[in-house]
Design a protein around this ligand. Sequence first.
Ligand code: NAG
Ligand code: NAG
Ligand code: NAG
Ligand code: NAG
Length: 366
Amino acid sequence: MKEIALFVGILFQLSILSSAESNGFTVDLIHIDSPLSPFYNSSMTQSDVLINAAFDSISRAESFSLNIDQNSDETITIPNKGTYLMAFYIGTIPRGLLAVADTGSDLTWIQCLPCTKCYNQRLPIFDPRKSYTFNLVRCANSLCKKVRRNACGIFGDCRYKVDYASKSSTQGNVATDTISFNNSYDGYSKLKFGVDTQKNRTGVITTPLVSLNPSTYYYLSLDSVSVNGKVLKPNESSFGNIIIDSGATITFLKTSWYEKIEAAVLEAIGRQSVAVRNPIRPFRLCYKDGSITNFPTITLRFYATLNDLKLSTMNIFVTLGHLTCFAILPTEKISIIGNLLQVFFNIEYDLEDRTVSFAKANCLKE
Ligand SMILES: *[C@@H]1O[C@H](CO)[C@@H](O)[C@H](O)[C@H]1NC(C)=O
Ligand SMILES: *[C@@H]1O[C@H](CO)[C@@H](O)[C@H](O)[C@H]1NC(C)=O
Ligand SMILES: *[C@@H]1O[C@H](CO)[C@@H](O)[C@H](O)[C@H]1NC(C)=O
Ligand SMILES: *[C@@H]1O[C@H](CO)[C@@H](O)[C@H](O)[C@H]1NC(C)=O
């Protein structure tokens, strides 16, 4: 997949900030395995989808920790897949495109004409010569320095290169252009931009974002997990101990911590329900579907918050055919809050105040 591509010189984070001045707008997120997605495979069962998503989450966790171990902001390997897609328009006259909306990556790039090594895409490839607002970024421009692994081209143009976990890569010119979005009004998953979209949140739990390398990721501090009121703390310091991620489906916790939580879950569910160990890789703890009568109440306590975040059963248990499985897995690498755990919450990233906050979402109304 060594394609020549264009990096749109607006970091995703900056575009959120600039829109905060306006009233805000809402964009639909398309789940990659839903019928609206071009990657939808109708012969896959819900269990196939979840099992694949769990394995993808594991390889994502591996690429994150590889980048963290390198402890550098210079080179970064980006996971191949995300979970959510979003449509946007680029250029003047605007051209519609679909891209992965991913908190585990901070460059926005698209394929551009002319290109010799483009992969097939369903929508027409963007032709910058037809956009009045398109501008190449020069390497003297401060915007060029914001791009990881930037380089100066022979004409003084700013160039970028990004490596993916599958050993594929993308490279091309850094440029600026206008991006626009369809405002959404229906019931799907949403990505909201701007403060005005967030006025009616209640019971908000706010925790600081932690600055660590690589700065790409959103690090939080998770102090403890409670199972039916039993408080379970990590062995190590909680400072920046977990990444909140849109692309991983499964949640991962450090093995020593996970084991305490798993033991508490087993105990809370009780012996009248018979646990099935390691029935389907990579899931570890399952029960015959319908056999759990006491689902435990699981809550999260983030650093500097007064209240716990109470999870729904659907945030932590998944149905795989005739089994109900615990959807948290142990890891020797970095802990990650996956997107399944984020369902039913309105999660705000405030990049000015450097906080992340959680509120209950009314998914049917918002
Ligand atoms: C769709 O899913 C089926 C069942 O898992 C699989 O055999 C097939 O290869 C998939 N097709 C594509 C195009 O990925
Ligand atoms: C924007 O909305 C219109 C009308 O619903 C639709 O036809 C079009 O495909 C949408 N464009 C994008 C980029 O989502
Ligand atoms: C907030 O609630 C008020 C009253 O219910 C409603 O009129 C308004 O549209 C809501 N705003 C948002 C951004 O949801
Ligand atoms: C974690 O802490 C517990 C006691 O708090 C201890 O028994 C256990 O050995 C520790 N595990 C690791 C991997 O450090």
